[in-house]
Ligand binder design. Sequence first.
Ligand SMILES: [Zn+2]
Length: 397
Amino acid sequence: MLTPTDRLYYDDAYLTAFDAAILSCRDGWAALNRSAFYPTSGGQPFDTGVLTAEGTDYAVTDVQVQGNVVWHRIGASILEGIHVHGRIDWPRRFDHMQQHAGDHMLAGAAWQLFGATTIGLHMGNEVSSIDLSFPDGRTRLNDEEIDRWEMLVNERVQQDDPIRCWFPKPEELTALPLRKPPTVKEHVRVVAMGDYEMVACGGTHPRSTGQIGLVKILSCAPSRGNMRLTFISGMRATKYMARACRCAHSVAAALSSDLDGALPALEREREAAQGERRTLQAQLTEVALQLLQASARPIPGGVLYTGYYPFLSPAQLQSAATQLLRQDNNALALLSCPGKSGRTLVFCRGDALSYDMAALLRASGARGGGKPDFAQGSAPDDTPLKNAIAQITNEKE
Ligand SMILES: [Zn+2]
């Protein structure tokens, strides 16, 4: 049994360097008698940094806790009892403190505003998320509710309220108004932020809410019967807002609008483009129909329409063929247009005829299939279309 590691970050989350001794070293992982490195727990990821022993630096690439012992992955072996100097990657840690404290602020405010309880949280490399359960079972918030929530949190950030962490005695703990019951029975550590957030937590926190800087809600969406909030805090949020702001101004400038007018301007442009697209499609279909009609030639029992239409998409070709059949029940159409693998083929006929289009398509050498009256396929070139036309014009029904 190893002696528990004295976790220096409990007393001082701002401690970045410390001296310690190796308790044990196994499979590239070193246990220390004391450490400022935070091990992955409570939704907060591990710290990275360096351990220096006898003049050699060992990069700490992972930190985990087992029982009460903190293990540092260094990928090497150091003898038990050797003294080490540890330094943690402070920008990474402080970023984690800002995300983690943002999580507390959002969870506390969600409890006060909506009676929502936290059922899961995840701190990611880019964004963090909290899964919330609402007493009325709802899985969404409207924009006004999201704004109210975010404003309350950022007001509290700007109040720069103190954040305090301590290990209360059992009799004190039972009297504390915690937001939710502790998940551990012994050595319960409590964090209190202003007079609005108090909960058991073993994580690292800034000294005051002002150091969180900014909390930005990114999305609130239904997730497995609850609501998932994604957010960012601190410098991450500042950088995100700079990017989002530059993007919004560029979009507005491209639309010759100001920021507030950008969305309506975009909608107007989209509607106009959709209208033009519809008109163009109708004109293309009309041109295609005229060309189709010009290709008409008699076959036994009906009229054959053929052609390659380089300006139509497969969907437009289908639509033109359908319109043709609607106009002429005796029509047999063997058509092609550009497709992914060369040519798309559409073979179809009116109800008055009995040719099998799927069989004709197969016999022509094209890939594809369909029904007796409508088949669609593909071919690398025009040969299958020519084969099918030859077969029909030589045939006697
Ligand atoms: Zn915490």
